[in-house]
Ligand binder design. Sequence first.
Ligand code: ZN
Length: 89
Amino acid sequence: MSRVEGSVFITEPEAPARCEDCGKLAELRPYGPGGTRICFECGEKDPEGTERRYRAWCRERGVTHAVNALPGHPEEGEVRVFDPGGETS
Ligand SMILES: [Zn+2]
């Protein structure tokens, strides 16, 4: 279960649920249009929008660092640092 600890957002595996876009049973993230919970494939339909909503989600929660803790994910173990303007480095 993904969680925010202080200013660190830890992305972890989620239990599968119905994607609010395509209806598929999959792992969802809350970065769809209007905050809908969507699957990875639906997020990839609009990668820039998904990225923008992901950053906004983190910014709203005061997140300064995001850690990918998804086993087997291509970015597993990577840490993203958000600057005050909301961009990443
Ligand atoms: Zn979907």
